[in-house]
Design a binder for this molecule. Structure first.
Ligand code: ATP
Length: 329
């Protein structure tokens, strides 16, 4: 099958900054390809190279079988990260304005309904909430019924119900054959929508695959968080690696000890261990690794993230681990 989007070794520098340092990807018709990666990784630059709004220094990009600057613009839709339409037009007038740019456009009220704004068509853009404004912006990319849609953080600022409206909309579009390149910092969004995910770090796609493949390869192990005041040392005889992470991304309570590499069927042995040693605890919670774990493992960690990550992810409790976590042996 011919790829709808094909990038080969794209490079782009701004002065000393290598925004793209050899990025390659290939996306088929009807796929949602999510681009994830830290701030400054090059996601927007890659989208700009693919949409023809920036010229790469090297490498090639093709969309819908053409160079990005030569492609029929009525076949693509682009939602940039920053998009500020005039405030003193109603939602309907805005969509009608964008629809007027194409010979063959969708009905504005149908698009308003699709983005969940059927009742707000007469409201000035500037009087809509931030999330409603973003939904109008998403709608503006749909008026020409594009074959290829670039959505740069489409749901930023949208409330949970509105996010689901946009997600369902994207799912309906792809069922109809639309190809979507989605940039997002929301791992739940990528996991829900993406057929494949590309993780960009320092201008390179360092991993690509289905969410499940990436989690399997890079997500690490499942974990059991035990909310307890007991020292880490109390778990030294447990047959699993145990850590006390300083932060567990809000998953485990502040005073949790985390048991790694543990399947649900093994939780009973941990409960027995706690009871045999009269270790008191208030809560047990088991979680599987997800795309956020992949992200934290592969993306260039910031200083903050470095602190957030587990020390010795897959290792057991050794002297060094105890020293690092500040526990006494
Ligand atoms: N027009 C520009 N002029 C100078 N530097 C730029 C320009 N555009 C991007 N950069 C730099 O290129 C790098 C990649 O930026 P880019 O916006 O592509 O990252 P991103 O992954 O989209 O980030 P974010 O998640 O914050 O949106 C950054 O270091 C950025 O400062």
């Amino acid at each position: 099958m011919t790829a709808v989007v094909e990038a080969t070794d794209l490079e782009k520098s701004y002065g000393e900054t290598d925004a793209l340092a050899g990025a390659s990807l290939s996306v088929e018709r009807g796929e949602v390809f999510a681009l994830i990666g830290p701030n400054g990784a090059g996601k927007t630059t890659l989208v700009r190279a693919l949409t023809g709004t920036t010229e790469p220094d090297d490498g090639t990009a093709r969309i819908l079988g053409n160079s990005p600057t030569a492609v029929d613009r009525s076949r693509i839709g682009v939602l940039p990260q920053e998009f500020s339409p005039p405030g003193r037009l109603s939602a309907r007038e805005l969509l009608s304005y964008y629809a007027g740019l194409y010979d063959d456009a969708r009905d504005s009220d149908a698009v308003l309904a699709a983005v969940g704004l059927a009742d707000s068509g007469d409201t000035w853009y500037e009087e809509l909430s931030g999330g409603q404004q973003r939904r109008v912006c998403v709608g503006s990319t749909l008026v020409n019924d594009p074959d290829l849609l670039f959505l740069d953080e489409p749901t930023t600022g949208i409330d949970p119900a509105g996010r689901r409206t946009v997600w369902r909309l994207i799912e309906e579009l792809t069922e109809g054959g639309t190809t979507v390149i989605l940039t997002t910092h929301d791992m739940a969004e990528a996991e829900r929508l993406a057929d494949r995910v590309g993780l960009l770090a320092d201008g390179r796609l360092v991993a690509q695959g289905t969410p499940a493949e990436l989690v399997r390869e890079h997500g690490g192990s499942s974990r059991l968080a035990i909310e307890t005041g007991a020292d880490l040392e109390a778990f030294a005889d447990l047959d699993h690696p145990v850590e006390r992470p300083e932060h567990d991304r809000g998953r485990a309570p502040g005073n949790a000890v985390v048991v790694r590499n543990i399947e649900p069927a093994e939780i009973g042995t941990v409960v027995d261990y706690l009871e045999d040693r009269t270790i008191t605890y208030t809560e047990l919670s088991w979680t599987e690794p997800d795309l956020e774990d992949v992200y934290l493992t592969l993306a260039e960690p910031t200083e903050h993230e470095r602190t957030d990550r587990f020390e010795g992810r897959d290792g057991g409790v050794g002297e060094t681990d105890l020293a690092r976590t500040g526990e006494t042996a």
